[in-house]
Design a protein around this ligand. Structure first.
Ligand SMILES: [Zn+2]
Length: 153
């Protein structure tokens, strides 16, 4: 008697889990298609020449460049193989793309193979250093006497 309720309970939980997983897979596929379409648009339509690209609210308000300013233009240049031009628009993005790519491929491969995603071992010091680099880059790229200023978008 009791094992039947355990089985029924397990079956309900498994069904709920599978519907959640199916929902997550749909979200994943929609996200991948959206990113793919965005990359196609980015490849064919140069940011700065077309008005449909989003603007940076920080830049609009202050006139200063945030750490992400120039990222779309850098991705456009990268999609055409112009690494130096991409570096000119946003060197931090170009430098961090390999790390972001590794994390993305790792997550996607775990998702598609069904293997459990192992947490990335990352010390808090590394995260604080990354945040410090991000903030320092955002400050230095707006100072006229630094070489990062010349690399502004
Ligand atoms: Zn910005």
């Amino acid at each position: 008697m009791q094992w039947k309720s355990v089985l029924r309970d397990f079956s309900v939980r498994r069904s709920n889990c599978m519907s959640i997983c199916r929902g997550q897979n749909k979200l994943l596929w929609v996200s991948l298609v959206g990113v793919g379409l965005g990359l196609v648009v980015l490849f064919y339509f140069e940011p700065g020449k077309y008005p449909f690209y989003p603007f940076c609210p920080f830049h609009e308000l202050t006139g200063l460049n945030c750490p992400a300013c120039g990222s779309l233009r850098a991705l456009h240049q990268l999609s055409h193989g112009n690494i130096l031009a991409a570096f000119h628009f946003n060197p931090l993005l170009v430098i961090s793309l390999p790390v972001l790519g590794i994390v993305l491929v790792r997550n996607l491969s775990a998702r598609f193979t069904g293997s459990p995603l192992q947490p990335i071992e990352c010390r808090p010091l590394v995260l604080w250093l990354a945040l410090g680099v991000f903030v320092a880059f955002g400050i230095l790229r707006n100072l006229h006497f630094t070489s990062l200023y010349r690399l502004g978008p």
